[in-house]
Design a protein around this ligand. Structure first.
Ligand code: DGL
Length: 265
């Protein structure tokens, strides 16, 4: 029987936990190493050159230290830049996270879709190419949020975040009016892995109901496809949580649901 795989999940902070949660559901037998590059958070505020120079060698070090069978870059701001660099430099298989523009546009009935991401992600040539190739006749509005990733981290770690702060970041996604407008936005792509951490509040604060597209389940399916099928016995291998800042944290218990109930070491 083959040993459980080690899956390394990487993000600038805690947002990649929303992707990890789905991967753990698909592969409960795997060993997980979650790395939050909090020493460099938020990636959305850094230049493209800075992100490439930071992430490519860091992933090399992490591969050397943990010998993963697969690496998930659970960050749109990084994935829209670094995937080709990583694949050409390292042999391990990679799965990235990029804005789910194709499925969102395929689903939209009003043909009006918004993409909510970091300021970095919405500026990327990669994102613009996705719109050129997959808009399928939809009008796509790019909304770069300066604060929502940090607000999501704050909320997860127990800091009060007001409705007004969240609504201000959300408002530009909603084009049209609330009064029977048949052409108003009906679909919002969550193009930053931090945002599903706020899902309940996004739904409550939206001016009207929309479909929120979270790519995490599709990423988990891709991961499962790339790995060998699990052996006979799912034994819930371990889980590790690494912060690049090495700052002490008291989050292990709060993060258990994302790790399928395990307490990350
Ligand atoms: N979680 C990251 C993403 O998916 C970004 C947050 C940040 O700005 O660091 O884009």
């Amino acid at each position: 029987m083959s040993a459980p795989p080690t899956i390394l999940v990487f993000d600038s902070g805690l947002g990649g936990l929303t992707v990890l949660r789905e991967i753990v559901r698909a592969r409960p037998d795997a060993h997980y190493v979650y790395v939050a590059d909090d020493a460099f958070f938020p990636y959305g505020h850094h230049s493209e050159d800075q992100i490439i120079a930071r992430v490519v060698p860091l992933i090399g070090e992490l591969i050397g230290a943990h010998n993963p069978d697969l690496v998930v870059i659970a960050c749109n701001t990084a994935s829209t830049l670094v995937m080709s660099h990583l694949r050409s430099k390292y042999k391990v298989p990679f799965v990235g996270t990029v804005p789910a523009i194709k499925p969102a546009c395929a689903k939209s009935k009003t043909k009006r879709v918004s993409v909510l991401g970091t300021k970095g992600t919405v500026k990327r040539e990669y994102t613009k190419a996705l719109i050129r190739d997959f808009a399928q006749g939809c009008e796509v509005t790019l909304v770069g949020s300066a604060e929502l990733a940090a607000l999501a981290e704050a909320a997860l770690t127990g800091t009060e975040v007001s409705d007004q702060e969240i609504s201000a970041e959300l408002a530009p996604c909603f084009i049209g009016d609330n009064d029977g407008d048949a052409a108003r936005t009906d679909t919002v792509v969550l193009a930053c892995t931090h945002y599903p951490l706020l899902m309940n509040r996004l739904v409550r604060l939206a001016p009207w109901p929309v479909d929120w597209i979270d790519p995490a389940p599709a990423i988990a399916r891709r991961v499962a496809d790339l790995l060998e099928a699990p052996g006979g016995k799912a034994d819930h291998a371990g889980a590790e949580m690494i912060f690049t800042s090495r700052r002490p944290h008291a989050l292990s218990r709060a993060l258990m649901p994302f790790f399928g109930g395990r307490v990350p070491a």
